[in-house]
Write a protein that binds this ligand. Structure first.
Ligand SMILES: NC(=O)c1ccc[n+]([C@@H]2O[C@H](COP(=O)([O-])OP(=O)(O)OC[C@H]3O[C@@H](n4cnc5c(N)ncnc54)[C@H](OP(=O)(O)O)[C@@H]3O)[C@@H](O)[C@H]2O)c1
Length: 283
């Protein structure tokens, strides 16, 4: 049995736009039949290409159901601040006849997590399981093409970076282009029964910050000044402000649950994801 052909992507934001673009490439080659994009009423979202943009009221089940007529797979790429909307979305998708729901994960493994942001995503998963529509989770590690900003202390172009702990923990990363290719391939090529209620872990590259900065220095000939922030300092920041995303991420990268080395890359034999170093900006 072949994979799915009719898709809805919810939220064409920083992750969703890449997935929409890839699904439209698949549509151009006949692998995908139809792509619709759900957006908030009043949003300024636009989509390029052959996808229909449908404004919906997420508080109105009929509005969502109408948008999902004929859709097999609903891929949520909603922002992390509105993940609770996915429960109503999945209920409406089930009633509209969709076969599969892909919640907005696209990060570290969350199944079994009980605390913090990962615990929040795991809690949403439990609510989605109760809806009874089959689901598929995609774990990607950090976005390889998204991290190198002053907001995370990782603006390599400034010559100065800050990292939590000792910088020697290897973490997984995947770029959004490669995430979109992997998600699209798995959902369109694997038979439905291999997708239901399971997770797929993709790993584009796996590096420690010390390793990647060394590669950057070798590639550019520029020396980086690296400041190491003790985990105790990150803990103190989080105690003062639990929403401190900088402290959360650096603590997670340095001393969060150790990401498993196992992955499901082999399910897409021609994937060939780009290495992390290709995504570090060169000033
Ligand atoms: N692994 C990583 O490094 C990493 C990095 C970033 C994000 N992520 C994960 O990727 C997923 C998507 O994040 P993102 O950064 O791509 O999201 P985003 O671009 O911030 O937002 C996605 C879309 O959510 C919709 N949205 C925002 N606020 C809303 C509201 N109040 N009500 C209804 N819809 C709303 C918007 O769509 P419309 O305007 O069209 O309605 C928006 O374009 C999340 O699960 C996040 O945790 C992972």
């Amino acid at each position: 049995m072949s994979g799915y052909k009719n898709f809805a992507v919810v939220g064409a934001g920083s992750t969703g736009s890449f997935i929409i673009r890839q699904l439209l490439k698949e549509k151009a080659t006949g692998i995908v039949d139809n792509v619709v994009v759900l957006t908030r009423e009043g949003s300024k979202t636009t989509v390029d290409g052959d996808a229909k943009l449908i404004p919906v009221d997420y508080s109105n089940k009929e509005s969502i159901k109408n948008a999902l007529v004929g859709v097999d797979v609903v891929i949520s790429t909603l922002a992390s601040t509105v993940l609770h909307l996915q429960v109503g979305l999945a209920e409406a998708a089930k009633e509209a006849g969709a076969k599969l729901f892909v919640p907005s994960e696209f990060g570290a493994r969350t199944e079994g997590a009980t605390e913090g942001f990962l615990g929040f995503k795991a809690n949403i998963q439990n609510q989605l399981r109760a809806v009874g529509l089959p689901y598929t989770l995609f774990y990607t590690g950090g976005f390889a093409d998204y991290l190198w900003t002053p907001a995370f202390g990782l603006d390599v172009t400034s010559g100065k970076v800050s990292i939590g702990g000792k910088g020697d923990r290897q973490n997984p990363y995947t770029s959004r282009v490669d995430i979109a290719r992997y998600v699209s391939y798995i959902l369109t090529r694997l038979p439905a029964e291999q997708l239901n209620n399971r997770s797929f872990t993709m790993v584009g590259d796996r590096k420690s910050f010390n390793e990647i900065f060394k590669e950057y220095e070798a590639k550019t000939g520029k020396k980086l000044e690296v400041t190491y922030i003790p985990v105790s300092e990150l803990d103190a920041r989080l105690a003062t402000n639990p929403r401190d995303i900088y402290a959360f991420l650096h603590k997670f990268w340095s001393s969060g649950p150790d990401p498993k080395k196992e992955n499901d890359n082999h399910l897409y034999p021609d994937w060939n994801p780009s290495p992390l170093i290709d995504h570090l900006p060169v000033a």
